[in-house]
Design a protein around this ligand. Sequence first.
Ligand SMILES: NC(=O)c1ccc[n+]([C@@H]2O[C@H](COP(=O)([O-])OP(=O)(O)OC[C@H]3O[C@@H](n4cnc5c(N)ncnc54)[C@H](O)[C@@H]3O)[C@@H](O)[C@H]2O)c1
Length: 392
Amino acid sequence: MNSENLLSRKEFLSQCGMLGAIAVLSPLVGSAENLAVPERKVKVAVIGCGSVSNMYLPHLSKSPYVELVSCCDIIPERAKQQAEKYKIPNYYPHIDKLLAGEPFDLLVNLTDMQEHGRLNKQALLAGKNVWSEKPLANTYKEGVDLVSLSKKKGLRIWGAPAVVNSPQFAFMAKSIKEGKLGKVAAAHAHYGHLGPTWSAFFYEKGGGSLPDLGVYNLATLTGLLGPAKSVIAMTSIVTPKRKTDNKGEISVIAEDNAMIIMEHDNGVLSHVQCGFNYFDPYGHEGKGQEKPSITIYGTHGNMHLVGYDWAPFGVDMATSENEKTVRFVSDAGTYVWEQGASVIAESIVNAKEPLITVEHALHVLEVIEAARASQATGKRVQLQSTFKYPVV
Ligand SMILES: NC(=O)c1ccc[n+]([C@@H]2O[C@H](COP(=O)([O-])OP(=O)(O)OC[C@H]3O[C@@H](n4cnc5c(N)ncnc54)[C@H](O)[C@@H]3O)[C@@H](O)[C@H]2O)c1
């Protein structure tokens, strides 16, 4: 390992407040550099033991980089149930008890969207690194403050989605970079279904189809085309009343139908549409969706991501050199959308920056906020945030 690598690995670990903890045993030192099995695992606590925990916990529990130490839910039976199912030694009914209980390194936040900012802040203040489901915070400003706090505390925070990790994303990014599409001009992405039924928060203030569904497409398109400079959008509510499992019939407050146009550098325009009123025979899980949900057009070619960006099946591409559409990367390898927290744990153990950056998550949050402002004012909204681009 050269000294530059060693320095950046040390910097990474010290930014996670883990230099002392992992450096003693990890690949950072000497000849143990390329160990297949890590000598030290990241101690992980999961907060929020609802629907998505049924995807995260199986993945985390199989990761060789993770030791699941605690879980927590304000509905204590849920925490107990998941603790028993996944052999997690400690479970708690409140974040205060979780933070004061068995020590851990990384909080995985899988609670209601509206709770993320508050709980992420509490975890950072208690000296924990954070992986948060989307959105990272309720507002862009709250997200910026969280990142400043993490830096001040010598910690790190990251946010879903993990779409930039897929081999299909890598292929598309590479094809654009190599000029296979010529000059890129326009892109479209869509994601929708009939909306979650189990929890009301998806339809309450701070919820909506943008932070729940559109967020994937926004991360993919900004990741491929670069940060957005401005946004214009319309949002609406198509179904004003919903039946939910936890609160019965509720009035829908957050948008359930959205269209955004983003302006990127060099005149590139992209469009994202999402909503909770899309009949989709592939349902919430998207299984079997074999049509493209993301399309990118350039002067010499076009590219279509088959399936959803969070569950891709391949990329169809036609170019001026080969006009017949060919399918590439029809294997997603080990990529699954619920891998985010496991990948972060692996990054911490290996002291290697992950592809996912908090700046990208913050940018997507700013786009969502700008879309709401554009709807409210009827105006185009300029953005301030940016992130490291190209991503791959
Ligand atoms: N369900 C999915 O398929 C899915 C997929 C990807 C991402 N997500 C995201 O995951 C998050 C959770 O979604 P979900 O579908 O699992 O919701 P859910 O309602 O099924 O689960 C949320 C859980 O968090 C708990 N909770 C809420 N506030 C809490 C607090 N202050 N402290 C401790 N626990 C608290 C709730 O009691 C509930 O058990 C959301 O951000 C959602 O957008 C969900």
